[in-house]
Design a protein around this ligand. Structure first.
Ligand SMILES: CC(C)(COP(=O)(O)OP(=O)(O)OC[C@H]1O[C@@H](n2cnc3c(N)ncnc32)[C@H](O)[C@@H]1OP(=O)(O)O)[C@@H](O)C(=O)NCCC(=O)NCCS
Length: 189
């Protein structure tokens, strides 16, 4: 079992989650080139095409080492790539992995990432036989906290001084979602 089983599109009502490619970079500039969007992310804000290409090269290296899979969120109505989400830190023996997500500011507040992350979580639990999915978010990141809780994640604690974001040492809230919790929630939806 490895991440190759996830090399495919994931369909939702309003979106197609499509494996990342270089053709996505122009649209993704509106996402990763916006300081408001990257505020809580360890990665730097893109200011040039070279930044985007360097980001893509890092992604490809991790992809080829089977450390990450990343999808762009394609809006079905107009084909715009409006953000991306990823699955990484997959540990097959422990049956766990971590998710991350980012959405362009123009599309915040439409529950689009809830739709995308929900589909990614369902696919990952199924395809990789995961027992647990993890996520980390800055304690000040209210939107991420709301989203993760809405997806069923439980806040399990705070890791102190875990990351450096834009040169500042920051704590991280740790969240976990267990497969049986997800299945119960899915049945109730
Ligand atoms: C986190 C993010 C993906 C959420 O995406 P989204 O599609 O806008 O999420 P939703 O529309 O489902 O909204 C999430 C919830 O947060 C709430 N929210 C939005 N901004 C908020 C804020 N600043 N503080 C508190 N809550 C906020 C919304 O009202 C919504 O709550 P509700 O479901 O109870 O109504 C998006 O804000 C984003 O990309 N942020 C920048 C990148 C980032 O921080 N990524 C996560 C790193 S861990």
């Amino acid at each position: 079992m490895n991440l190759d089983t996830l090399d495919r599109d994931i369909d939702t009502e309003r979106l197609v989650l499509r494996p990342l490619s270089e053709a996505d970079l122009d649209d993704l500039f509106a996402v990763h080139g916006d300081d408001d969007v990257t505020h809580f992310l360890p990665s730097r804000t893109w200011t040039s095409r070279d930044d985007a290409l360097a980001w893509l090269a890092r992604h490809h290296a991790m992809h080829d080492e089977r450390r990450v899979r990343r999808w762009v969120l394609v809006d079905r109505t107009d084909g715009r790539r409006i953000g991306d989400c990823m699955l990484f830190n997959f540990e097959a023996p422990a049956a766990r992995a971590e998710i991350g997500f980012v959405l362009g500011r123009a599309d915040w507040g439409r529950s689009l990432m809830r739709e995308a992350a929900g589909a990614l979580i369902a696919t990952a639990f199924e395809a990789l036989a995961l027992r647990r999915i993890e996520a980390f978010a800055d304690p000040q990141n209210g939107a991420s906290d709301r989203l993760l809780r809405a997806l069923g994640f439980v806040h399990e604690g705070t890791f102190r001084q875990r990351v450096v974001v834009k040169g500042e040492v920051r704590d991280s809230n740790a969240y976990g979602l267990l497969r049986d919790e997800w299945e119960r929630l899915s049945l109730a939806r």
